[in-house]
Design a protein around this ligand. Sequence first.
Ligand code: ZN
Length: 243
Amino acid sequence: MSLIGVISDIHGNLPALNAVLAALVADGVDRIVCCGDLVGYGPWPGEVIACMREADIISVQGNHDAATAEALPRDWFDHDTGSVIEWTRAIIPGAMVAYLKGLPQTVTEERFTLVHGSLRGPLWEYVRNTFTAGENFALLSSSLCLFGHTHLQGGFVRMEGRIASLNPAHKALDLLPQAQYLINPGSVGQPRDGDPRAAYAIIDLQHCWVRFGRVTYDIDLVMREIKRAGLPSRFADRLARGR
Ligand code: ZN
């Protein structure tokens, strides 16, 4: 069980999730873990939850998951985002709302910790720079934390007291035993780093490397479905730009 697929921020985008799962299966991963935000923005929240459960993917709770389960106040979100959260809560069965509510905010395993935003603020903090990364490295007892929330693929490394950003363009990055890592697989369903393709990462815990991946999917279909469902069209338009 050493080859792990890492996904995050699916946001109700089923075609993107299916494309990523196919890529991970083709790469022979032993298991898949998720850094949260299964729902919000996208038109297939129930189908995404069903797919995650069927594939036995463990996930932490994202801020959109918590808000859909009424575990976060609506006024944490802007009007359009809040409207999709309410639409999602109305369209999925009560058992799925309960599933989102029951997701843990942190999962700690022997080799890694899983959070949505950060160790310090699992539901709210965005780790976008080395300063915030440093404050969270101080809370990390293992060598590896997997996170999402920013929708930016990459992450940070701390070695000998110095913190640097990781470049996701690297083919495969060795995980050095003397270093600690915050790894962000990027967003499956709504990338914001200028690359519209669905994002993921693969970590080999035995041979100690991480590889960032991207895969194409039918973005036009998702854009049409967002508009057909009556969701705010800006959530469709941004998919084409990856921003
Ligand atoms: Zn998100």
